[in-house]
Design a protein around this ligand. Structure first.
Ligand code: AMO
Length: 451
């Protein structure tokens, strides 16, 4: 008999069907045995009645057994209808149960309400924990985020390209880089597709990529991974960095709308509401942000080169109070604190036209205007102590006419984390890599998780 998906059973009342799936829950009531079965389309309750030929098999089956089940789809009596549940008005009267694969006794409670694992145990048992609806909900939302990023970019005429993961030079600067033994040469895992997206932009005008980036983050914080899904965009012929900000804002708005429409069940299951994006997201300079933080909290961070995690949280709280927005753009960072390619403000060259978008207390997107003039770029290359030989392909693009341009990038995991109010970015990475873990623990985790 052909397989019917559980989500389709409502159309087959009165018929005999065959379903395949996993045993979600088994409840033995002596004379009768009840099951909840699960496949990719949902769940249904089944019952083995005393005279059923499936009674013997039903006694040995436990949670997570993979089974093929035959039975009749019956309407439930009115008093047993659970209107709020999928298939809550039907039940499968089981006539045959075939075991496709046995499951070992479960190491923890996998039921909807009983599942309550600390993150370490959850990550140690990722393969099994991924079957839980809560975890599936997180990654369904993430898949909608990535899909809708692509969709929006394409709708705006951006061209998708594949960036290399092995690179000869460090794009973003800093020490957070994995060195690769590339035959007898030194190479690096890409920290960002930055230089490549600028090269491709100079040919295709508007480009985007969905790529892995790698950061050798030396500390175990709740917001840093060593391997990140980076959603990158770059566009030419801008008038100002604010054009880049506006495109990034519309991108985020589009993604939020899609998640709201396509993931209502997941948001409900996770007990969360999406961050509020008001009509025009507030934008403040770093200096203004520091003034606000000082005025509100008394913490004098004026003149610091960046916002620390506490500052980011304070600023988001202040903006939320003032405007209702869960988002805020911060621009105008000290030029020397950012990578060489970021465009300095022509009137105040000590500050640049780079920006970050913060959401609910965490940075989730960075970008801004880039230097497009070859000579200015070469000056920065020298001042930042970079080897022009190593980025000669990038520099070549700028010798042949690159118009004013800019771009932005965000990590899919940070966005998922903040959208769903998760406490740790590892929850938003299916197989998180950090300094202590590549699936299994490689070193003893730090006792203290830094903010
Ligand atoms: P930046 O280094 O700020 O900018 O990174 C952009 C975004 O990527 C995410 N991200 C991370 N997420 C988790 N763990 C990490 N270790 C991590 N590092 C980065 C964040 C961050 O906002 N080339 C620029 C972007 C640009 O200007 O276009 C860049 O890489 O969401």
């Amino acid at each position: 008999m052909e397989r019917t998906l559980i989500g389709e059973l409502g159309k087959h009342v009165g018929e005999t069907v065959s379903i395949s799936g996993w045993v979600d829950v088994r409840r033995d009531q002596g004379k009768m045995v009840f099951f909840d079965f699960r496949d990719r389309s949902g769940k249904v309750q089944g019952v083995v009645l005393p005279a059923s030929p499936a009674m013997e098999a039903s006694k040995e089956i436990r949670g997570e057994y993979a089974v093929r089940v035959q039975g009749t789809v019956n309407k439930r009596p009115e008093k047993n209808v659970q209107a709020e549940r999928q298939n809550g008005d039907i039940e499968l009267e089981i006539t045959a149960l075939e075991i496709l694969a046995e499951a070992a006794p479960l190491p923890f409670d996998m039921s909807l309400t009983g599942f309550n694992l600390d993150l370490t145990t959850q990550l140690d048992h990722r393969a099994l924990a991924l079957r839980h609806p809560r975890l599936q909900a997180i990654f369904k939302v993430q898949s909608v985020i990535i899909d809708s990023f692509r969709e929006f970019m394409k709708s705006q005429d951006f061209f998708e390209f594949q960036a290399p993961a092995i690179t000869p030079a460090v794009a973003e600067g800093g020490a957070e880089v994995f060195e690769v033994n590339y035959f007898d040469k030194k190479a690096y895992l890409s920290q960002s597709p930055q230089l490549y997206k600028q090269i491709v932009m100079s040919a295709f005008e508007r480009v985007f990529s969905v790529n892995k980036i790698f950061r050798a983050e030396p500390s175990a914080t709740t917001r840093h991974l060593t391997e990140v899904v980076s959603l990158d965009a770059e566009l030419a012929f801008i008038d100002s960095w604010t054009d880049v900000r506006d495109v990034s804002e519309e991108t985020v708005r589009w993604i939020l709308r899609k998640v709201e429409r396509q993931c209502a069940d997941e948001l409900k299951l996770l007990g969360t509401t999406l961050p509020v994006m008001i009509e025009k997201t507030p934008t403040v300079s770093l200096t203004e942000a520091q003034e606000k933080i000082f005025a509100k909290t008394g913490r004098d961070v004026r003149g610091e080169k960046d916002l620390n995690p506490e500052d980011e949280r304070s600023l988001c709280e202040i903006i939320k109070e003032e405007t209702g927005s869960d988002f805020v753009y911060v621009y105008g960072y000290p030029t020397r604190k950012k990578p060489f390619y970021v465009y300095p403000n022509p009137e105040h060259p000590e500050f640049n036209e780079g920006m970050d978008l913060l959401c609910r207390g965490v940075e989730w997107l960075s970008g801004g205007r880039r230097i497009n003039d070859y000579n200015q770029l070469m000056t920065h290359v020298k001042e930042w102590g970079m080897d022009p030989e190593k980025i000669s392909m990038f520099l070549e693009a700028f010798r042949y006419g690159v118009p004013p341009e800019g771009g932005f990038a965000f990590g899919a995991e940070r966005m998922t984390m903040q959208m769903l109010e998760l406490k740790n970015v590892r929850e938003a990475s299916m197989f998180p890599r950090d300094m202590n873990r590549i699936d299994t623990l490689i070193t003893k985790p730090e006792d203290e998780i830094l903010p």
